[in-house]
Ligand binder design. Structure first.
Ligand code: SF4
Ligand SMILES: [Zn+2]
Length: 448
């Protein structure tokens, strides 16, 4: 059994377009199969927040046709049925795509096609993207499922979503202990990190002021009606699978699809991120629910949330400051609830003044929450997150931002901020006392 498990197996999928889904007929495919799989229901969990695993899903655009063998599937490590029930393992998926008209600007688009091949597959759960991925496979589909079927679904999804993709090759690495565990996955992760670095570097340097068109995305309407994301060079959606360039690429490939153009219109307030063009589009796309969408604020008319965010910012009236938290932090926050409660409250597409879905990448944006006062207003964040983004926190405020080790309620937080002389006191408090804003209920307007 051991020897059988450690081998690398190579499969060949049929190449004829009409056979794209051949052999997948016993599994449901489509948005209605998006599911959350609870403890006790899953056979195997791959990646995810509960372990120290480094897992990844990479979609890479190959430069040369000969670099991709269409339909080839390589499985390194055990297949589903060979894994002990209730196992948690690190994993990696590499999807290499070639198309004569494809270039690296299409990377995130192809990545999305790849992820949808998993997300839409019956009995498979997916949260996140890139190195922040979490997959569960339901016990119920184990007799009908395999990693080759997953690869086939991913290839089919990429080819049908992106008509200029011509060839797709998939490698799935399952880091079971007997094949080398995390170390095996790390070997491939290194290449993935290099690829993302080169793509991200290419996309740096452009700013909101340089363009007259932003983009919007409504792919998550299925889980959050009235929700849309606005994508600008400096505000990337928190799902982590799209950049300004890839939104543009998606729109160019399919102008009547989920991604649409958003004319910038008049710049009403560039600091808070208020644009007439954004307001007009969001009014239409939200079914006349949201009048304003301010891109760089948590507090006033923030962008809405589906459920794909890995972190959140939230207003703390008692200190008139803003806190940050993330999915990987399980403890309470100073507002008395955990991240998962905050996430549950703010998901679904309503406009929740005082709450905004974000990602670690958006924290790194130079315009991050500049409408709220940026780092001069941020007063609390989990220690792990603080360490993760330490390089972008201004040195003079770093020690003035509290973590769970300093305080877990607003009274202690207030004391901490006073002790440390946090800039929020000087810039937003009056006479040494916070001036809490009265935040309207979700969907309601701010007083003029
Ligand atoms: S989170 Fe936003 S940008 Fe990402 S897929 Fe959903 S709607 Fe599109
Ligand atoms: Zn979403």
């Amino acid at each position: 059994m051991q020897a059988e498990k450690t081998q690398t197996r190579v499969y060949q999928l049929p190449l004829e377009l009409e056979m794209l889904y051949d052999g997948l007929d016993d599994l449901g495919i489509g948005p209605r199969y998006i599911s959350h799989i609870r403890k006790g229901e899953w056979h195997v969990e791959l990646g995810g927040p509960r372990h120290e695993y480094q897992s990844f899903v990479l979609a890479e655009i190959a430069e040369k046709a000969e670099d991709v063998q269409d339909g080839k599937v390589e499985l390194i490590g055990p297949d589903l049925q060979e894994i002990e029930p209730d196992s948690s393992l690190p994993f990696g998926i590499e999807v290499k795509v070639y198309g004569s008209e494809l270039n690296v600007d299409h990377s995130e688009f192809v990545e999305r096609g790849t992820l949808m091949g998993l997300l839409f597959l019956e009995g498979w759960m997916l949260v996140g993207a890139r190195t922040n991925v979490w997959v569960r496979v339901n016990k119920k589909v184990i007799p009908r499922s395999s990693f080759v079927k997953l690869a086939q679904s991913m290839r089919a999804s990429v080819l049908s979503m992106c008509p200029i993709a011509e060839a797709v090759e998939v490698r799935i690495i399952i880091g079971a202990p007997e094949v080398g565990g995390q170390e095996l996955v790390n070997k491939y992760l290194e290449h993935a990190n290099e690829y993302w670095e080169s793509v991200d570097a290419r996309h740096k340097g452009l700013s909101d002021e340089d363009v007259d068109t932003f983009y919007g995305c409504t792919i998550c309407k299925m889980i959050a009606p009235n929700h849309a994301c606005i994508i600008t060079p400096s505000s990337l959606p928190y799902c982590g699978i799209m950049s300004f360039y890839s939104a543009k690429a998606i729109y160019d490939i399919d102008p009547s699809g989920y991604v649409f153009e958003v004319p910038v219109g008049d710049v009403l307030d560039s600091k808070i991120g208020s644009y007439s063009g954004v307001d007009d589009v969001i009014w239409e796309k939200s079914g006349h629910r949201h009048k304003h969408f301010y891109l760089h604020t948590t507090i006033k008319y923030p962008t809405t949330n589906c459920g794909c965010f890995e972190a959140a910012s939230f207003y703390i009236p008692e200190v008139d400051g803003v806190g940050l938290s993330q999915r990987r932090y399980f403890g309470p926050t100073p507002i008395g609830i955990s991240f998962s409660k905050i996430a549950g409250m703010m998901s679904g597409g309503a406009q929740n003044h005082g709450f905004k879905g974000i990602s670690v990448l958006t924290i790194r944006s130079p315009k991050f929450l500049q409408g709220d006062g940026a780092w001069d207003r941020i007063v609390w964040m989990p220690k792990t997150l603080k360490l993760e983004v330490a390089d972008v926190v201004p040195e003079e405020v770093y020690d003035k931002i509290a973590t769970e080790e300093d305080c877990l309620d607003t009274a202690e937080l207030k004391k901490f901020l006073i002790d440390k002389k946090h800039p929020v006191i000087q810039k937003y408090w009056k006479d040494g006392e916070p001036q809490p804003l009265e935040v309207p209920f979700p969907g309601e307007d701010w007083p003029e």
